[in-house]
Design a protein. Structure first.
Lengths: 79, 353
């Protein structure tokens, strides 16, 4: 976790905006991965999509989120 | 694994979906390159951690809210009992707690969301499991039926194989017999064909001989017929010449150019006669000419028949005048066209009276 105060209203709004910017498929897969506790294989079987498609959507979605949220300063990252 | 592959798997790793070989490879690579990878993992994990905070807060129930508030109050009362120096430190800690008081709420919120999602997922999995169990039972039943059918079919197949083997053996035996018989028949046919050819050749030779004999027989028949006619004519002529009432006329070539001579024998009462000629230039039948006989009463010639010489210039000509004949005091022979003429048109080669 970073030391950035993510509980502030501004940061939460920024985070939601970044999630909304994703496609519906990317967003739902990332939410399923983050909150569902399923592996990529289980997600693939659950939604009936090929494993490669699941991996690609999650990867591009996460990379887009990283861009939207901005680079986290190195010094703010706890090891 | 390369570092590019590491970076491809990194977003999946930080949200915790990697499994199987991907996870194994990723962890092995990060263990080998921990210094390079740890910073990138930490950086990306921060993004994943922030996602959890994006969920919409759910207002806790009154009991939960009271429980949390009471816990905070208890904590505050405990803080008051601390000594001043500790109070200062606790006060700083309390400030920190105030700053981070959102953490229990967020944790509660995340737990609620997780429980709801897991419950839904568990329900789906349970229903799918029941469905698959039902299908599995049906498939097992069908499999048992198919196994029974397969066993029956295998038995039938075995019987059929036995029958086929027996029939194949019989067929081979019959085939060999047919082949031997066929070979024997082929040899017989060849022998028959050779015999037939010989017989055909013999028949053709015999046919040729028979045709030749038939032609020879026809020639001889014609010769016999000709000789018969000649014999009949000569018999008639002889009878006529032997008659004591016969009149004889000597005939010669009136032009004196040839030595042709003839005698005409005429029976006055029968009105018929014959001319026997020699030394004539040959006038052969079928050569376009003939000798035509004429009887003359006064100077009126009357046609009395036609005839031909033989190759030596001899001829025996019958005198057969038509009904218009009145008398005969002269006889003449002239050369005329093959079928004769109504009046003399060719040269007179014999004349007698």
């Amino acid at each position: 976790l970073t030391t950035r105060s993510t509980d502030s209203l501004d940061d939460r709004a920024l985070l939601r905006g970044a999630l909304k910017a994703l496609t519906e498929e990317q967003r739902s897969l990332i939410e399923l991965a983050s909150f569902g506790g399923l592996t990529q294989t289980e997600i693939s079987q659950h939604i009936g999509q090929p494993l490669g498609t699941v991996k690609t959507r999650i990867r591009f979605g996460m990379m887009q989120l990283r861009e939207q949220l901005g680079a986290v300063p190195r010094e703010d990252i706890k090891p | 694994m390369t570092h590019d592959q590491f970076r491809e798997l990194l977003p999946l790793y930080v949200v915790g979906v990697l499994d199987g070989d991907d996870l194994h490879e990723f962890e092995r690579y990060t263990a080998e390159h921990s210094e390079t990878c740890s910073r990138e993992i930490t950086e990306f994990r921060a993004v994943a951690d922030q996602i959890a905070l994006a969920a919409t807060p759910i207002k806790p129930s009154t009991e939960v809210f009271k429980g949390v508030t009471a816990a905070i109050d208890d904590h505050s009362r405990m803080t008051k009992r601390l000594n001043a120096s500790e109070r200062r430190a606790r006060k700083e800690f309390s400030v920190g707690m105030i700053v981070f008081r959102w953490i229990p709420w967020a944790a509660t919120l995340i737990l609620c969301v997780l429980v709801v999602i897991m419950n839904n997922h568990l329900r789906e999995v349970t229903s799918q499991l029941a469905l698959m169990t039902g299908r599995n039972t049906a498939l097992q039943s069908e499999n048992t039926t198919q196994q029974t059918k397969l066993t029956d079919l295998t038995g039938q197949l075995h019987q059929l194989n036995t029958v086929v083997a027996t029939q194949t053996k019989e067929f081979k035996l019959q085939s060999d017999q047919f082949r031997d018989k066929n070979e024997q028949q082929r040899l017989d046919i060849e022998a028959l064909q050779a015999t037939n050819k010989r017989l055909t050749d013999d028949k053709a030779a015999l046919t040729r001989v028979a045709d030749e004999l038939r032609r020879e027989l026809e020639n001889q028949r014609q010769q016999v017929a000709s000789l018969d006619r000649k014999l009949t004519a000569q018999s008639s002529a002889l009878d006529l010449m032997m008659d004591p009432t016969i009149r004889v006329f000597a005939m010669t070539d009136p032009s004196g150019a040839t030595k042709a001579v003839a005698k005409a024998y005429w029976h006055e009462r029968k009105k018929t006669g014959v001319i026997a000629a020699s030394n004539l230039d040959p006038v052969l039948q079928g050569k376009g000419k003939c000798l035509e006989l004429w009887t003359m009463c006064g100077n009126v010639p009357v046609a009395a028949g036609i005839g031909w010489t033989d190759a030596a210039g001899h001829a025996m000509l019958s005198i057969k005048p038509d009904n218009s004949f009145v008398c005969a005091d002269k006889f003449a022979v002239s050369i005329e066209p093959e079928t004769g003429s109504a009046a003399p048109s060719g040269p007179v080669v014999l004349l007698g009276h």
